[in-house]
Write a protein that binds this ligand. Structure first.
Ligand SMILES: [Zn+2]
Length: 187
């Protein structure tokens, strides 16, 4: 009886998490109605696949050039509709969202290199610093780096992120030739 109960509970937990914690859906986007073209690119409207692929490759190239290669290329989920974006648990004003090292969800407002480089930067941060450790790093490092690497023009960005970016740029200059990730891990 106890055994059966355990089996039942173990079966229910993932289902409950799927329902209650939508970002978990990045783990299996197909179950959320997406089409996965390959391991790293899922989309809700396959007619836009070429555009999404171009954005993915260009953004990935920028991050690799400035921050080094990914351990694993991020899985990017391209949403053409707000409804799709919402189904992963996110909504405006956020334009895109990175879930640890599991995936990056891009809203219809986030289909541009600046926003995708921003999120891919968060992905590589999670890889190099650790998903949990990242939560304890200062905002100026995490967001400042993402706004800096993506070369964001900072229009319509809250003031605290403008300050975060400036702080990061200053810190990077002070670091000189020191390894960025080693210095970041020590913060
Ligand atoms: Zn960010």
């Amino acid at each position: 009886m106890v055994k059966r109960l355990i089996v039942l509970v173990l079966a229910i937990i993932p289902l409950a998490a799927w329902g209650l914690y939508s970002p978990m859906r990045v783990l299996a986007p197909e179950l959320n109605g997406m089409t996965c073209i390959n391991e790293t690119l899922c989309i809700d409207d396959v007619r836009k696949t070429n555009e999404a692929q171009k954005l993915y490759h260009e953004s990935s190239r920028v991050v690799a050039k400035t921050l080094g290669p990914f351990n694993d290329e991020p899985r990017a989920i391209f949403c053409m509709t707000e409804q799709c974006y919402k189904s992963f648990g996110f909504k405006a004003p956020s334009v895109a969202h990175t879930v640890g090292v599991s995936g990056v969800v891009i809203s219809p407002r986030g289909w541009n290199i600046i926003k995708i480089v921003h999120e891919f930067t968060h992905h590589i941060q999670a890889e190099r610093l650790g998903v949990v450790q990242m939560l304890f790093k200062p905002e100026w490092l995490i967001e400042g780096m993402a706004y800096c690497i993506s070369n964001d023009n900072m229009n319509d960005v809250p003031q605290r992120y403008v300050e975060a970016k400036n702080h990061f740029v200053k810190w990077q200059l002070e670091n000189g030739n020191k390894n960025l990730w080693e210095a970041a891990r020590n913060l």
